[in-house]
Design a protein around this ligand. Structure first.
Ligand code: SAM
Length: 250
């Protein structure tokens, strides 16, 4: 059972990391009773997490009037999928066409390319064994809190996305994509999936990127440069987070 995270990504100091681990103990030892815990989780959201959630919220709001599904490329523990489920429940509870589809090996990077820089290695970002089952349970719970729960609106596509994206689009030729979020961190899968989804985007579709302009993870920028061209779109950012960015298809 592995759940490795490459060192580079962690920008925090040793002291900050220790402080956070201590805080995890505080969370695990919460005196709040079970029946009140979910409504009080805000006690434990730190600035870093809350600003990521707010950023995803900012992007979600931009696609409410755009038809199509949401795809996340590189889901790891699946937090964004859960957030998208909740945002859909809040903003468009009856839009059962807004499927949320997450692509991941769930066993970390299947391979790395020389364009990905020095620090990444095969297997980074793996998750625990049988994590798909656990995540399915989490997503089903969120679905159950919203209208039309009997229509399943989220999918986890396990496997190498350079292959599964083609299988998915073949099985779902109707697919229009309103929002694609890229967080593979790597050159090859970003390039292959961007190319694969390009003709499924519409005016107003958003493509979000987690690592553009990242000095230690150059692969994502190179893929975007080759497929879309860096000068062809306005690469926009939000003050909520230093690295994340997005483009709007016009
Ligand atoms: C940085 S993590 C994603 C983090 C996640 N988006 C989040 O916000 O917590 C990168 C993920 O990309 C996945 N990945 C990288 N290359 C892949 C590929 N070719 N096919 C499927 N998944 C891949 C890894 O397994 C890993 O879970």
């Amino acid at each position: 059972m592995g759940n490795s995270e490459p060192n580079i990504i962690c920008k925090s100091s040793v002291i900050e990391r220790e402080k956070r681990l201590e805080f995890v103990d505080t969370l695990k030892n919460t005196p709040i009773p079970n029946n009140e815990l979910l409504m009080n989780l805000g006690l434990y959201l730190n600035r870093q997490l809350l600003s990521r959630i707010l950023f995803m919220h900012e992007l979600y709001k931009k696609i409410i009037n755009v038809h199509g599904v949401i795809m996340e490329f590189g889901i790891r523990w699946g937090q964004n999928l859960a957030l998208f489920e909740v945002f859909r429940g809040i903003y468009e509870p009856y839009n059962y066409t807004r499927k949320i589809i997450g692509f991941d090996t769930l066993s970390g990077f299947p391979s790395v390319n020389e364009k990905d820089g020095q620090i990444v290695k095969k297997g980074d970002y793996s998750v625990s064994e049988n994590y798909e089952e656990y995540l399915r349970k989490v997503l089903d719970y969120h679905e159950s809190e919203n209208p039309i729960p009997h229509i399943k609106k989220s999918e986890i596509i396990k496997g190498d996305a350079t292959k599964t994206i083609f299988e998915y689009l073949k099985a779902h030729p109707e697919t229009v994509i309103a929002f694609a979020y890229f967080d593979f961190d790597l050159y090859e899968p970003t390039k292959v999936c961007l190319e694969a989804i390009r003709d499924r985007l519409t005016k107003g579709s958003i493509i979000g990127f987690d690592e553009l302009n990242h000095p230690q993870l150059p692969g994502e920028t190179l893929a975007v440069k080759e497929v879309l061209g860096l000068d062809k779109y306005k690469i926009q950012r939000s003050p909520l987070n230093p690295y994340v960015s997005y483009i709007v298809i016009e």
